[in-house]
Design a protein around this ligand. Sequence first.
Ligand SMILES: *Cc1c(COP(=O)(O)O)cnc(C)c1O
Length: 319
Amino acid sequence: MSPPVDPAVALAPRLPSPLQRVYDERLAERGVELWLKRDDLVHPAVPGNKWRKLAPNLKAALDQGHARLLTFGGAYSNHIRAVAAAGAAVGLGTVGIVRGDELARAERNWSLARAEGYGMELAFWDRARFRETLRGLAEPETVRGLEERWGRCYVLPEGGTNVAAARGATEIVSELVADLPDLGPGDVVCCAVGTGGTLAGIAAALPEGARALGVAVVKGARYLDGEVASLHERGWGRTFANWRIDHDHHGGGYGRVPAELAAFAEDFQALHGLAVERRYVAKMLRCVYDLAGGERLPPGSRVTAVITGPADPVPGPGR
Ligand SMILES: *Cc1c(COP(=O)(O)O)cnc(C)c1O
């Protein structure tokens, strides 16, 4: 047997991702420094936190001799596209189960068309079945049901978050510490939160005194706090008190981009040259600007905003 492919060789991510300082008067006058951790540049098809989270899972799938990845996501899921591209690069087949059976008959949107372009097999499930299956992933019976249809496969939950994924996200902090060796009190590392895997990894890896701030992009998603705590418990056997999730900057819900937020993103791009991804990154940056100078990000704070992904090629509905 030939040795398994090394995902880091097959995909050749650009690591470490660049760290850039941003000068913005609106922040400077409130005593807040902003840096961007450009994870959006890590890989053209498996960018940002998707590479961080998939890398350990790809390795596990290959080490365990799997031939196929199976995962779940919405109609515009960044995770679905990333899995399709990564699987193609390392020689694993991919299955994507997509929320919404009505999509089966609709013309493929750009995101699903890309996933199929990488050879991913798509299945479209109604919302109830989708939800029930995700909820039951810990049950052997549920996995057996999936394998009856698709054969033995390495199953990744929606968003790709599991303990291995959170461990992968710790690399963001390892790189950051190399660039900012004094990272500690006064530092706040910010990221958008969809499922919490990225935030969990960042928080677990931060040096003493530094804090992590996650910005929920889902409305009323208090369960996310429990998700992060559970990842810490399962992956590190302890809790961490250095993180919190902001629940006030979801912009109306997952995939919603109010005009005010779009204008903020455009303004940021005009000023700083970064095309801001709207469904996650814009909400996180908006939160930083809102909190700067206040109790949560007091004067003297040094904020590192993790740019978890690039702007969509086709702006539009994010659901
Ligand atoms: C998937 C994604 C997130 C959410 O990450 P989680 O680990 O699920 O919280 C954030 N930003 C971008 C750009 C993403 O694609």
